[in-house]
Design a protein around this ligand. Structure first.
Ligand code: GCU
Length: 459
């Protein structure tokens, strides 16, 4: 059953990718796409010029194993920079031995490096958001009655009225709850109108096959609520959109500076605004809010937990490069891919420097320190196996292990091992959880494990 769900999700993601990339577009949509691509290229070139970069190294080719730049899956070649920055040593060489030193000295150093070089700085002042409930309904999800609110977060655009940002959020809580409930919020993929998963039509003469419980239904079974946040309503998922959305609004329509925030931090900012709403909604226990995301949104989920202390935990699914995977690893997707024109908008402009002239080993920080920024709060790192090589699940495991000393310093438990375990091993006894499931690029098989992990804290 799990397998079917996994395959279904994979099918959905692949279908969506092909729909958006190669599907039949109307002439108007294809014009729009071409002009967006042009704007992305223009913004990217402008950023390269600003950084004085003339050439960047190409990304790994994940499609053709015979290409000269084919993605590497050979573990003996995966660690060209085996030495990671020490999360417990100050830049001046001093060892961090107390929690106070971590909070006062070392963590701020790490945050500054991630801000400047990796994800970009969130502006000091961001506009206020006014939440409006646009629809309030009782509905059934499976056999559970839920109270669902559609919400719009109107972002104050008085500083630059030609850019409108309206955050799209949906929240559902069990209707029979007797008190405030924990919530799991997902960065949701949005499928285009009329989108249908390709495949053989269902035989409607037979009853529909039973469906495994969705993640929302699994969450409801615990008595928790769930929410879906739409990332694209906060910030577009392309370079062309960087002069719009919340990033464009704060920059008054001007292009980014090299250390300005990228989409990942903008999405995380939106999640934190949703948290503002959860804090005032009496149906929610805002101290027990988890954030979940898959793939690019897995990166966003980790960035959200790392930067926003009000979130209690995160399910970080197949986040790969730019997420939990060590940047120093040569396995599957590499820095150069994320630094390319299709993905650079997730990051700070400065990140591109590490695809030329600098190297991965020149980064002042690595992803184990992003995980360490979440400490002491629990975090669950998840990846798949066959078909999910691109995300380098081993590289994510290594980062999770290397964050352990920080958790321990803060009186918490690390993952319990630094030895890469067999597929399907569940490591949730510590405060850093990890599991590589048996399927491909999907969060589905690890939902029960995450819910069990979060359940230890959401009592
Ligand atoms: C691409 C990209 C990944 C990303 C993924 C996704 O594969 O290289 O970094 O996570 O898309 O979000 O679907």
């Amino acid at each position: 059953m799990k397998k079917i769900a996994g395959l279904f999700f994979m099918g959905l993601v692949i279908a969506l990718h092909s729909y958006s990339q190669f599907g039949r577009l109307s002439p108007a949509d294809s014009l729009r796409r071409d002009s967006m691509n042009r704007m992305t290229q223009q913004d990217y070139k402008q950023m390269l010029a600003e950084l004085n970069i003339t050439t960047v190294r190409p990304g790994a080719n994940g499609n053709n194993p015979n290409a000269p730049n084919a993605a590497n899956y050979d573990e003996s070649k995966a660690n060209p920079y085996p030495n990671l920055p020490d999360p417990l040593m100050l830049k001046n060489g001093q060892k961090i031995t107390t929690a106070k030193m971590w909070w006062d000295k070392r963590r701020p150093e790490i945050v500054e490096d991630f801000d400047r070089e990796i994800y970009g700085r969130m502006p000091k002042n961001t506009p206020k958001v006014k939440w409006e409930v646009t629809k309030d309904t009782m509905e059934m999800n499976g056999d559970v009655k839920v109270h669902t609110k559609k919400l719009v977060g109107h972002v104050d655009n008085s500083s630059y009225p030609s850019i409108n940002v309206n955050i799209d959020l949906t929240l559902s809580v069990p209707a029979n709850a007797t008190g405030p409930v924990p919530v799991v919020m997902e960065f949701g993929f949005v499928f285009p109108p009329g989108f249908r998963v390709p495949g053989p039509p269902r035989d409607t003469t037979k009853p529909a096959p039973p469906q495994p419980p969705s993640w929302q239904q699994q969450v409801l079974a615990k008595g928790w609520g769930y929410a879906i946040l739409v990332p694209g309503s906060i910030q577009a998922d392309n370079g062309a959109g960087l002069t719009q959305g919340i990033i464009g609004l704060v920059n008054k329509g001007q292009p980014r500076k090299p250390d300005d925030w990228g989409s990942l931090r903008a999405w995380a900012w939106g999640a934190d605004r949703a948290m503002d709403y959860f804090e005032i909604d009496k149906a929610i226990d805002a101290r027990k809010v988890a954030i979940e995301g898959h793939s690019r949104y897995g990166k966003a989920a980790l960035v959200t937990l790392a930067y926003n202390p009000r979130f209690a935990t995160a399910f970080v699914s197949s986040s790969g490069e730019g997420g939990a995977k060590l940047h120093r690893r040569n396995a599957g997707e590499i820095v150069e891919n994320v630094a390319g024109s299709g993905e650079y908008h997730w990051m700070a402009g400065n990140f591109i420097k590490y695809a030329g002239p600098l190297n991965w080993g020149d980064m002042p920080v690595d992803s184990h320190e992003l995980i360490a920024m979440c400490a002491p709060r629990p975090v669950f790192i998840s990846g798949g196996s066959k078909g999910d090589g691109w995300v380098d699940t081993r590289g994510m495991f290594m980062a999770a292990a290397a964050a352990g000393p920080v958790y321990k310093l803060l009186g918490k438990k690390d993952m319990g091992t630094a030895e890469y375990p067999p597929i399907g091993t569940t490591l949730i006894d510590g405060d850093i959880g990890y599991r590589q499931h048996e399927d491909g690029h999907t969060p589905v098989p690890n939902w029960p494990t995450f819910i069990e992990f979060a359940g230890k804290y959401f009592k």
